[in-house]
Design a protein around this ligand. Structure first.
Ligand SMILES: O=C(O)c1ccccc1NCC(=O)[C@H](O)[C@H](O)COP(=O)(O)O
Length: 261
């Protein structure tokens, strides 16, 4: 079993347990369920930087990135830095995140928040809305076409944006559908952890112009972003490069200042 298969197997158990503990009707009673979401796709299209900054304590490829974070402080720091949106990892076992992180970020900022999660069930889409997300991530490597359609259409009905993530041409071909807002190319192979920005460059021409293109993972320089822009990318998801520093908000601010000068 590769790491992605292991994560998904654990996720199925986690979701089954959560469904038994917190019924859907309770999620729908959350005050945040009534909140009008902010569009990340629109924010990226109107942005000079295109930065989506991530809150990430650890990952399967890096056992420790930053264990001492205060998610609310990081969210405020990212807001002051002028990011377009923030990605909040909510997986506990592999990334040290939680839905509480999402709601804490929501309590201090009003810009688009992406629930970064391995979504395999409609229950998690409802959870994303109930805990304050504006955007969900769907990963083509772990979903079939029908699942992508059903999960993305539910997110759209709830007023959320959908970022669909692919890593190769086959995943891209099965995924293109009108209920998606952004097409993300993950430069990290989630089975081997190998990272190459060439993945974004190679797949860019096959992504229809109707979708905002986002390049994800392994981005750490201004030059990389300038290069990826030549391939039509308007969004750049950055995690470790900011989170490995003592003050992720300040790091994002310095990066964006340099990028937009
Ligand atoms: O980051 C990992 O090790 C990882 C492993 C398995 C599945 C997903 C994983 N990461 C999720 C992400 O896509 C990244 O957190 C995100 O794109 C930011 O990447 P980076 O800037 O390289 O931290």
């Amino acid at each position: 079993m590769n790491i992605l298969e292991k994560i998904i197997a654990d996720k199925r158990k986690e979701v089954a347990l959560k469904k038994a503990i917190i019924p859907i009707v309770q999620l729908e009673q959350s005050v945040l369920f009534e909140r009008n979401g902010k569009s990340l796709a629109e924010a990226l299209q109107n942005s000079e930087s295109g930065i989506i900054a991530e809150h990430k304590r650890r990952s399967p490829s890096k056992s420790t990135i930053n264990q001492n974070t205060n998610v609310a402080q990081v969210a405020k720091g990212y807001e002051n830095a002028g990011v377009c949106g923030m990605s909040v990892l909510t997986d506990i076992k592999y990334f040290g995140g939680s839905l509480e992180d999402l709601v804490l970020a929501r309590s201090v900022v009003d810009f688009p928040l992406l629930r970064k999660e391995f979504i395999i069930d409609e229950y998690q889409v409802l959870e994303a809305k109930a805990y304050g997300a504006d955007v969900i991530l769907l990963i083509a490597a772990v979903l079939n076409k029908t699942e992508i359609k059903e999960l993305s259409e539910l997110a759209k009905r709830l007023g959320m944006d959908v970022l669909l993530e692919v890593h190769n041409q086959e995943e891209l071909e099965k995924s293109i559908m009108p209920s998606l807002d952004m097409l993300g190319v993950n430069n990290r192979n989630l089975k081997t952890f190998e990272v190459s920005l060439e993945t974004s460059k190679q797949l860019s021409a096959q992504i229809p112009d109707d979708f905002v293109k986002v390049s994800e993972s392994g981005i750490s320089t201004i030059e990389a972003i300038k290069d990826l822009r030549q391939y039509g990318y308007q969004g750049f998801l950055i995690g470790e490069n900011f989170m490995k520093t003592e003050n992720p908000g300040n790091s994002a601010a310095e990066f964006i200042k340099e990028l937009t000068k």
